[in-house]
Design a protein around this ligand. Structure first.
Ligand SMILES: Nc1ncnc2c1ncn2[C@@H]1O[C@H](COP(=O)(O)OP(=O)(O)O)[C@@H](O)[C@H]1O
Ligand SMILES: O=C(CO)[C@@H](O)[C@@H](O)COP(=O)(O)O
Length: 561
């Protein structure tokens, strides 16, 4: 058998990346990137006139189709690899990123009738406009003492499937009734290759309240939420769920024409982007936490028991690696903080300086921020520019920067934002430890772990642990390629189990970040202050952030009139 390859395609928040991997050596042969032309739609629809309500975050599904067309053709053309030697493919996607489709699986937003209706588009994971529905759902679940609630840290997030579906029903019942299925994009994109829907156990478990033994929540539960939701699972959600790493189907003739892949190529069921990264750093056992650091950060752990950790995003049996309980926690805004800072707080003089030095703006900010000692700026921030995912699970919380003076410099604010996200991670680690899921080692992957060494050093100092870095700049795509190799199986040149596949194809860099001893005690002091602010603003003592949001909403309606 000659060299065989698998292809992983990672659908992130702003772009999709395809990665071709040699199955036997684990070597990454080529990547191709496609930035979504419509990006994240959070102010208006592509018609330029339909305005979006606050907290909407939509995407255009055509961007994903264009992404598979462009990236896969590019990889095949530039490597010259025979498509017959690509023995499996797998896509990972941001989650819960969902879409209403018709009977044939076509997005409703492709219909003329619906193209100016925001609810017909993809609701991106960071669409936060279903909080009202999430609150009501949580109240009903708590009143009924639903067994699923503790498995999601005590709260179902507004980012997830059922609050988003319910928002559609609340705000546009006709569109809800015209929808044949609500699909997670990890499954929809997989269906573009195979022609058939195969719901994956990862996003079903983490984002759609599915449990391996108990299935989805009961009809009674859904009926209390809304009478029209009673039969949602059978009618609009397809109850069959398939384990990750299993076969979803084969590349159809149409998909082969679109992408350049060979008809009949094995397609693995889809998977969530963050979860896919775990085998990519070689993790297949408990005790090792992986932070996937990009636009947001997701924290992944494996465990032998089902333990209820407050504020975690979820625990799902076989949700990441078969045979273990997969734990997830997260921070909804990490890279997005820095993007916001870059767009709104960098003076022109800094832009000029970066251009003169021929370096990027983040590199310049790092150069300046690196010279500061921990605590020197007198600043402390709460990292909630996009709400708090763990451990408070509250998207209505907002950001805070305390300690500013007339002497405060941009790089100090930038460094305080980095530190705040690291304190948020420390809070997550401590909560897992406290509730019996030991975190013995820490790994990082994702764009930021690759691009920002200062940030990784600050994280190491703050969490006071060594940080190992995933060797691939494309960890989710590599993870997807690993699952593709498992779906292809040994007889096609792949692997029969995820442990062997991850052992060969997953890897970390040969250097790691270790804590700078002198920085640790200063950061411990700052963390104590962070915890006080975190609890004061986040646990109900002072709800000013929510009151401000309400005032803002009212101002929006006055403006609209
Ligand atoms: N050097 C950097 N330092 C900090 N943040 C960065 C840097 N470069 C990019 N970012 C931020 O990281 C995010 C992109 O992360 P990445 O992992 O590449 O993509 P995605 O989250 O879409 O998977 C963006 O929010 C971007 O602003
Ligand atoms: O919500 C999850 C995972 O649960 C992610 O898909 C979401 O945070 C988006 O990840 P990125 O930051 O775009 O990599």
């Amino acid at each position: 058998m000659g060299t065989k390859y698998t292809l992983g395609i990672d659908f992130g928040t702003l772009s999709a990346r395809a990665l071709l991997v040699d199955i036997v050596s684990g070597k990454e042969i080529a990547t191709a990137l496609f930035e979504y032309p419509h990006g994240v739609m959070d102010t208006c629809l592509p018609d330029g006139t339909t305005k979006l309500m606050p907290d909407f975050a939509l995407q255009h599904p055509q961007d994903y189709i264009d992404a598979i067309k462009v990236t896969i053709n590019e990889i095949i053309t530039k490597t010259g690899v025979d498509s017959a030697d690509i023995v499996g493919i797998c896509s990972d996607f941001t989650e819960c990123t969902m879409l209403p489709v018709d009977q044939s699986g076509t997005p409703l937003c492709f219909q003329d009738h619906y193209k100016n209706n925001p609810h017909s588009y993809v609701k991106l994971w960071k669409h936060h406009a279903a909080q009202e529905e999430a609150n009501k759902l949580n109240q009903v679940a708590a009143d009924r003492k639903e067994a699923f609630l503790p498995r999601y840290g005590g709260k179902i997030s507004s980012e997830w499937m059922f609050p988003k579906i319910w928002q559609i029903l609340d705000e546009d019942p006709q569109l809800y009734h015209d929808t044949a299925k609500f699909m997670e994009l990890a499954d929809w994109i997989t269906m573009q290759f195979t022609g058939e829907e195969r719901k994956n156990s990862c996003t079903a478990g983490y984002k759609a309240i599915w449990h391996k033994q108990e299935g989805f929540p009961s009809k009674e539960f859904f009926k209390i939420l809304h009478p029209d939701l009673e039969n949602i699972i059978e009618e609009k959600f397809n109850p069959s769920v398939y384990p990750i790493g299993s076969l979803a189907g084969y590349v159809t003739k149409e998909a082969a024409q679109l992408t350049g892949l060979k008809e009949g190529t094995v397609v693995a069921v889809g998977i969530g982007d963050a979860h896919a990264a775990v085998p990519a750093v070689g993790i297949t056992e408990p005790g090792k936490m992986l932070a996937i650091m990009g636009t947001s950060t997701c924290h992944m752990m494996l465990g032998e028991k089902e333990v209820m950790v407050p504020g975690m995003c979820g625990v799902v049996e076989d949700g990441i690696i078969a045979g273990y309980y997969g734990y997830e926690a997260g921070q909804s805004c990490v890279g997005d903080h820095f993007q916001w800072f870059r767009e709104n707080c960098v003076p022109e003089a800094y832009e000029r300086e970066a251009a003169e030095k021929g370096i990027g703006i983040f590199d310049l900010l790092n150069e300046k921020a690196e010279k500061l000692q921990p605590g020197e700026s007198g600043l402390l921030a709460l990292d909630w520019w996009n709400g708090n995912r763990s451990v408070l699970v509250d998207v209505d919380l907002t950001g805070l920067m305390i300690g500013m003076t007339l002497a405060t410099k941009p790089e100090e604010i930038y460094r305080a934002l980095i530190e705040a996200t690291a304190f948020g991670t420390k809070m997550i680690i401590e909560t897992f430890q406290e509730y019996g899921v030991p975190v013995e080692e820490f790994y990082a992957a994702g764009g930021i772990s690759e691009k920002n060494p200062l940030m990784m050093q600050i994280y190491s100092d703050i969490i006071n642990m060594e940080i190992k870095i995933g060797a691939s700049p494309q960890a989710p795509a590599l993870g997807a390629a690993i699952f593709a190799a498992v779906a292809a199986g040994k007889k096609r040149g792949g692997y029969d189990d995820i442990y062997t596949a991850a052992n060969v194809m997953g890897k970390v860099k040969d250097f790691s970040y270790t804590p700078v001893k002198e920085n640790v005690p200063v950061y411990e002091k700052l963390y104590e202050e962070y915890k006080k602010l975190h609890d004061y603003f986040g646990r109900g003592e002072n709800t000013v952030m929510k009151r401000l949001k309400k005032i803002k909403e009212n101002a929006y309606y006055v403006n609209e009139r």
